[in-house]
Design a protein around this ligand. Structure first.
Ligand code: SF4
Length: 394
């Protein structure tokens, strides 16, 4: 990592104030690698080096402190991998070490990702006592056939028990659900959603199963529903969640009032985040530049490097010309879009940088706007890639 003076030197951007800051912590192990997963997750071989890994993450944070000096953290997200494989004692220590080094807002949202296995479920209350305020449960489906096809280690009964426990132990929680699964029909999707909604989740994140490069599914592709069917499924999901009082506030996120995920909203609103842990990404703003960082990906190497105070493998300054697209890629995912002032505040650019793109988008019926706010229309939401690409620079 470079000296702080390097980040503070003058540049072409003018950021009047810095955006809200979030913290992401990556815990990279899983019991078993799922065949569709391209995250930085690794099968636990033998015992997990829990203590050494937390030591490394804390050393990583220490080394990063000068870049976020004096700033308040609004949310923490402990993601993975399967963070619920870490003991509540380890999570307690991690959060205590973070609190000792960073100022958190009094209502700081602290999310932990959990798998719905029995072993994890029995720890939910202890995670709550450690300071976690929000649990994100990786259910994916309540249908045993689909869970098997996805190579998940839990079954339907475990998923239901885990969600019931999450509802008891936490004031707010999320369910991750996937659709367009191998062999899934509209009827089985409907059944899955009915089960999910019967558990009254305050927040659901819905993901289309995609076949990513370098996964088992890329080598041995399963037969998945056609595109038209996938659209019909998404419509069904939006209809059913809407009827249950969950509003689609982002392309893949649905929430009851008061239960939107602050952490993810901060990503979409082009806020700042410091990402620590193996392979974690950061986006940090300074008065005259926006910087992106990536940590070493492989856990063993990451631990060595982080403990030596050198966890960052890649660092780039976002080019002035790329900022409009980067901002739009995130902000247009939101149902409510963004405030024009927010664009200027978070990119440090004048509004003229997006004027042409906005005019074109309006002409094509992809956005609606006034002098304050820009919002994707229904059509813009359906053709999001086309809308976002209007802000690409040649
Ligand atoms: S549990 Fe999640 S992070 Fe782990 S391999 Fe499966 S999909 Fe990937």
């Amino acid at each position: 990592m470079k000296d702080i003076q390097h980040y503070m030197r003058s540049g072409t951007l003018q950021l009047a104030a810095l955006p809200p800051l979030s913290l992401y912590v990556h815990l990279p192990w899983c019991l078993k690698k799922c065949p569709y997963c391209d995250f930085n997750s690794h099968e636990v071989a033998g015992e997990m080096p829990e203590q050494r890994y937390i030591d490394a993450v804390v050393a990583d944070l220490e080394a990063s402190l000068p870049l976020v000096w004096g700033r308040t953290v609004h949310s923490i997200f402990i993601g993975g991998g399967t963070p619920s494989l870490f003991s509540p004692q380890a999570i307690d220590r991690l959060l205590a070490d973070i609190r000792a080094r960073l100022k958190l807002t009094p209502d700081c949202e602290i999310t932990l990702e959990a798998n719905p296995g029995t072993f994890e479920k029995d720890r939910f209350r202890a995670f709550r006592s450690a300071g976690v305020t929000r649990l994100s449960v990786g259910v994916q489906s309540f249908d045993d056939r689909h869970l098997k096809a996805l190579g998940r280690v839990h079954d339907r009964a475990q998923a239901i028990a885990a969600v019931e426990e999450a509802a008891q132990a936490f004031d707010t929680f999320n369910l991750d659900i996937m659709y367009a699964l191998p062999g899934q029909t509209l009827e089985s999707l409907e059944q899955d959603m009915r089960q999910a909604l019967a558990l009254q989740p305050p927040h659901i994140s819905i993901y289309h199963l995609t076949i990513e490069a370098n996964t088992y599914f890329a080598k041995f592709p399963p037969v998945i529903p056609e595109e038209d069917m996938a659209y019909a499924m998404l419509d069904k999901i939006t209809e059913m969640t809407g009827a249950a009082g969950l509003q689609r506030y982002e392309v893949s996120a649905y929430a009851k009032p008061g239960h939107r995920c602050f952490h993810n909203l901060n990503y979409w609103q082009f806020g700042d985040y410091l990402g620590i842990g193996a392979g974690a990404h950061s986006k940090l703003s300074f008065a005259h530049r926006v910087v992106r960082q990536v940590r070493f990906r492989e856990p063993k190497l990451y631990m060595e490097k982080a403990l030596a105070g050198d966890a960052v493998t890649q660092e780039t300054e976002v080019a002035r010309a790329d900022l409009p697209f980067e901002f739009m890629l995130n902000a247009l995912r939101l149902r409510d879009g963004f405030k024009l002032q927010d664009f200027a505040d978070k990119t440090g650019l004048p509004l003229s940088a997006i004027q042409k793109g906005l005019e074109e988008a309006e002409r094509k019926g992809l956005i609606e706007r006034d002098f304050v706010q820009v919002k994707p229309t229904e059509r813009g939401f359906d053709f999001l890639n086309d809308l976002q690409s209007l802000f690409l620079t040649e």
